[in-house]
Design a protein. Structure first.
Length: 147
């Protein structure tokens, strides 16, 4: 898989319905053209650190935003967050945790590990679409990342 162009959003989500809704909300509102998806934590780490199927990816071409679920197969979202925020090449990538967890311990752990935002997935379809649209607009259009 040759991925040497810049991905706007890396979506790390194992639920196919949530993945589809998130992509639909972003594309419908013309927020992101290039969304790359991974469905488990091990694949996410391979993506970030250009390993496995992503070994030919330019490791310096980071996504502009990561939308990260916490409850993932193989490697959980908190471990992904820990690893990318400890690495000089990836630590400035904005990471928005978008999860169904309402556990205070998940919120605290996410922020301690460097999450930029923590959002509980709305159950209501319209609220979910609006939430994803607003987070995409903020992080891709308004936020000023370091160069």
């Amino acid at each position: 898989m040759n991925q040497n162009h810049a991905t706007e959003i890396l979506l790390v989500e194992d639920n196919p319905n949530d993945m589809e809704l998130t992509i639909r909300a972003l594309k419908k509102n013309n927020i992101a053209n290039d969304i790359h998806t991974v469905t488990d934590g091990a694949e996410a780490l391979d993506y970030f650190f250009a390993k496995g199927n992503y070994s030919d990816r330019d490791i310096l071409q980071n996504p502009k935003l990561v939308i990260l679920d916490l409850k993932l197969p193989k490697v959980d979202g908190l471990e992904i967050l820990r690893q990318i925020k400890q690495d000089e090449r990836t630590k400035t990538i904005p990471v928005v945790v978008l999860t169904s967890s309402k556990e205070e311990s998940d919120v605290v752990a996410s922020y301690k590990l460097g999450a930029n935002s923590f959002i509980v997935k709305p159950v209501d379809f319209e609220k979910f679409i609006t939430t994803v649209k607003e987070l995409g607009m903020y992080w891709l259009l308004y936020n000023e990342p370091p160069k």
